[in-house]
Design a binder for this molecule. Sequence first.
Ligand code: GLY
Ligand code: MN
Length: 462
Amino acid sequence: MFSKETYAKRRNALRETVQDGLILILGNVDVPMNYRSNTYRFRQDSNFLYFVGLDQQGLAAVIDADGGEEVLFGDDFTLDDIIWMGPQASVAERAERAGIAKARPFDELGDVLKKAQSAGRRIHYLPPYRAENSLLLEKLLGIPAAGQQAGASVELIKAIVALRSLKEPQEIAELEKAMDVAWLMHTTAMKMAKAGVYEHEIAGVVEGIAISGGGMLSFPLILSIHGETLHNHSHANKLSEGRMLLMDGGAETAMHYASDHTRTMPVGGRFSDRQRSVYEIVLEAQVKAIGAIKPGVAFRDIHLLAASVLAEGLQGLGLMKGDLAQAVEKGAHALFMPHGLGHMMGLDVHDMEDLGEDYVGYDDQVQRSDTFGTAFLRLGRKLQAGFVLTVEPGIYFIPALVEKWEKEKRFTEFIRYDEVKKYLDFGGIRIEDDILVTSDGYRVLGRPIPKTVRDIEETMGG
Ligand code: GLY
Ligand code: MN
């Protein structure tokens, strides 16, 4: 945990913005995997971590935005619990660590909220993403699950996004701890990526490194010789010469700050000429996009800059043609990169996505595009110093997508389908780093993970 003053200061800032009513922040509870007492690894809610810092299940905080009173709700452990779980701090002790003056049993939460409701006071709650909290909200507030997303407090969401978007120096230091673990995860994968090795052998070691760092993976590992499947969580293939291995993996620290990097490497350690030529295009797009980062620039413009670099490179390979500015404007490049350039990162790998992507990534000035590809961009708005985000362009040859677009004769003025079809066995390449926006530009976070062709080949010993 950070100091109790950190959490008190964040809650004060929240209260000042929300101004009236009660603010309810629910923590998470243990979730059964296959029977009640065999649970998934516990992951606390990130908003609860941000404002309260306590990483245990079964807690909720209420902040009175009018009067300023703060209460932590939770139940003390019984002797039976302690026999199985070891000594546990009381709820009052936990509240004290978070700088919260009052602690009450969990079942008093419903009464407090109902009393406030009948007095006509507003209860600000967040959109639930877990069934357990959705059921709880139904019980506490009488709002059925189907109405909870629409009923969530937009004021609270916006106030949280404003605070969590700007990382404090101590948060950046935590993020950099996650980056150290990420360096070891990715360089280890590079050393293991030899023909005959199964993806799951590498995946197991890489996940182990994340756990050895004191935390866990920041999302289920994407590791596959089929990098053209954007989020490929299957690890069943055997690596073979001639293919590339794409690994998109991150760690989160014990305090749950994330990293998120992607590297693509040739099995056996040497890129073929064809692989290298596509790789260099993606790398150029990534480096140019990172170089354009500074406060005041809309990230959507950087996404489009990366798309232009990709389109030029693909034209050089004979896969695209025509007026490339128009091709990018109309979204023809999305055949090769059907995703956005990046997203915010922090306590969540897709930071604050539970609050709603559009609240996090867009505003009155920059609204989400409806063009295929650019529409999937999670962050479009103008950058501010203190944002942490990913830059992750890619080029993929997705047989089903190529087949569909060709059949529909889509963008035949920009795409040379006959040439593209020669790459259908190629796979995909993505390169991703994590960037802090500074007052005059950017800083790539963490120890550099090899990403030039030469550095990757050298690390792989190919
Ligand atoms: N690292 C997975 C993603 O950004 O979606
Ligand atoms: Mn990412």
